[in-house]
Design a protein around this ligand. Structure first.
Ligand SMILES: [Zn+2]
Length: 232
């Protein structure tokens, strides 16, 4: 099977269910690179790094693997050099680290809401990172100089954003995703927005806790909004 054909055949189960932490799956492609052997499985439950969200960690038949996405869109799982992974056609047991998955999904989903609230203020998105301990959204700071001129003003804006965030979270909208025939996925947070996204999300905003905007600062030409979030 070519990589493109394998990509078409790979069912991305993590697109449908953030909480599918383990599955039996079939090896649809396998190979060996300089950094170690790899397999691609279907259904696939691993989120590979992308869109500012770190990759899942987990195992294939108990062997630690790291997921990544090929240029063709196939999610492959690479093990350490010398590991023995199952052959094409074999059935294997997949597992992802549930706590890491939930933490990433919480940070990522909170990032959607915060990005929406920034844009609702007229801010232009300029980037994001949803890595634990360093989650932040970037906005274009042009035109915001007066609003953000002093630490006191920046903290007042932070408090306004936090209040808006708390109000949205209190409503607790559901989070759903749809993938069209061309493979384009749209994520909708009820009462917030819809946007194209390939990441993992909580099922509803009520699954978030301790969502806090930590700081606003203008650095290296960007307004950086640092935040944190946990899975309830
Ligand atoms: Zn997303």
């Amino acid at each position: 099977m070519t990589s493109t054909a394998a990509q078409t055949a790979q069912d991305q189960a993590y697109y449908r269910d953030t909480y599918l932490f383990a599955a039996e799956a079939t090896v649809i492609a396998a190979g060996e690179e300089a950094d170690g052997p790899w397999v691609a499985l279907s259904p696939n439950i691993f989120h590979p790094k992308g869109g500012g969200q770190p990759s899942d960690e987990g195992t294939v038949n108990g062997i630690s693997v790291t997921p990544s996405r090929t240029d063709d869109g196939l999610v492959v799982l690479t093990a350490e050099e010398g590991s023995v992974l199952p052959q094409t056609g074999a059935t294997a047991s997949l597992a992802v680290d549930p706590e890491l998955r939930k933490r990433h999904a919480a940070l990522h989903t909170a990032g959607h809401v915060l990005g929406h609230l920034g844009e609702a203020r007229g801010w232009q998105s300029a980037g994001h990172s949803h890595y634990p301990g360093q989650a932040r959204l970037d906005f274009n700071p042009e035109g915001l100089e007066a609003e953000l001129a002093t630490p006191e003003l920046r903290d007042a804006v932070r408090a306004e954003l936090q209040a808006a965030l708390d109000a949205v979270l209190a409503v607790g909208g559901t989070v759903t995703a749809e993938t069209d025939d061309a493979g384009h996925r749209t994520v909708t947070i009820e009462g917030v927005n819809s946007e194209p996204c390939g990441g993992t999300h909580v099922a509803a905003l009520g699954d978030l806790k301790d969502v806090r905007i930590l700081e606003l600062k203008v650095k290296r030409g960007a307004l950086k909004v640092r935040y944190e979030a946990e899975h309830a």
